[in-house]
Design a protein. Structure first.
Length: 326
């Protein structure tokens, strides 16, 4: 039997509202904060066969395409007790659009298995704590009785459950109303927007890009990703990531935890990147950083020189390319 993927589909809260709701979850003592972010469930967890994953993602994209961003009003707090010890934020706002999304998404490849029983009425909500002590429920509801927040969610997210980590993570997302049909010459091209490539599209990208690189540059031209992690006393202190390219070692991101900055962690990471480049026989390390920023000074102090300018490269800011020979 083909392996199965455990999926759920939701409107995931982001930005300030996410941090605020996570604060409420933390105050109530929820143990699920690290396992899944605050969200409004549209399709409860369902097992999808590996060979049907593409069809399931196509289904979500097709439902999201004609829909519009959903305006949500969160609060006040409510509970499913006495049935279950769950405290949640009630959800108002575009309830007709929300119910339509829930109905359409929960069909086809994402329909519940036969024999699950009658379909329960849909109650949109954001779970705060699903295992709260029943004795604490009345006080939790009283404290949060005046809570209100408004947010507009512009994408629907497919999350996958990872059994080994006991957590849910985003697998794919699709913009609500984000698909456009364009093209001339007798055929239409569908453009769908999101924040990540779904697994099918990612596999296509990897395969086609590798083939293109071999065609243009020959065998052995593929970029190899690297990741270096720094820990202090077991505590995660910083990371450096990038690619080992045929002609150089490209440092894409170097980040140090705030409390460990100015302690030499960044320098150790940078030297680790350089050592990795030398091990692979690469002539230099290349990176991009903001012009005139503290990172440019950091790299300059460690022997990196500006080799090119990138005007208005990100968010309207000028960047520079820096390199150091190995």
């Amino acid at each position: 039997m083909p392996p199965r993927r455990r999926l759920t589909v939701a409107l995931v809260l982001e930005g300030d509202v996410r941090h605020e709701v996570d604060g409420l979850r933390r105050a109530l003592g929820s143990t699920a904060i690290e396992r899944i972010g605050p969200h409004v469930t549209l399709v409860p967890p369902v097992n999808v066969r590996e060979d049907e994953l593409g069809a399931a993602l196509d289904h979500v994209r097709a439902v999201a395409a004609p829909a519009a961003p959903v305006h949500l009003v969160l609060g006040p707090a409510a509970t499913f007790a006495p049935a279950t010890p769950v405290v949640y934020l009630a959800v108002g706002g575009d309830l007709a659009e929300l119910s339509l999304l829930e109905e359409r998404l929960g069909s086809g490849p994402l329909a519940p298995p036969p024999g699950r029983g009658p379909r329960r009425p849909y109650v949109p909500h954001v779970t705060l704590d699903q295992r709260i002590d029943r004795a604490r429920i009345p006080s939790a509801l009283e404290v949060l009785s005046a809570y209100r927040a408004e947010v507009t969610v512009d994408r629907v997210t497919v999350l996958e459950f990872h059994e080994d980590e006991r957590r849910w993570s985003p697998l794919a997302d699709f913009a609500l109303g984000g698909t456009r049909l364009v093209g001339r010459g007798g055929f239409e091209v569908e453009l769908s927007a999101g924040s990540m490539l779904d697994p099918i599209a990612h596999e296509f990208m990897e395969s086609e890009w590798s083939a293109y690189a071999r065609e243009v540059h020959g065998d052995g031209a593929a970029d190899a990703p690297f990741a270096i992690v720094a820990r202090v006393g077991g505590e995660l202190a910083g990371t450096a990531t990038g690619q080992l390219r045929p002609d150089c070692c490209r440092l894409a991101n170097l980040i140090v935890a705030r409390r460990w900055r100015s302690h030499g962690v960044g320098s150790h990471l940078l030297r680790g990147v350089e050592a990795l480049g030398r091990e692979h026989g690469l002539p230099f390390v290349r990176l991009e950083t903001r012009f005139g920023g503290p990172a440019e000074a950091f790299y300059a102090e460690r022997g990196y020189e500006v080799t090119a300018s990138l005007p208005r490269w990100r968010h309207g800011h000028d960047f520079v390319v820096m390199e150091r020979g190995l």
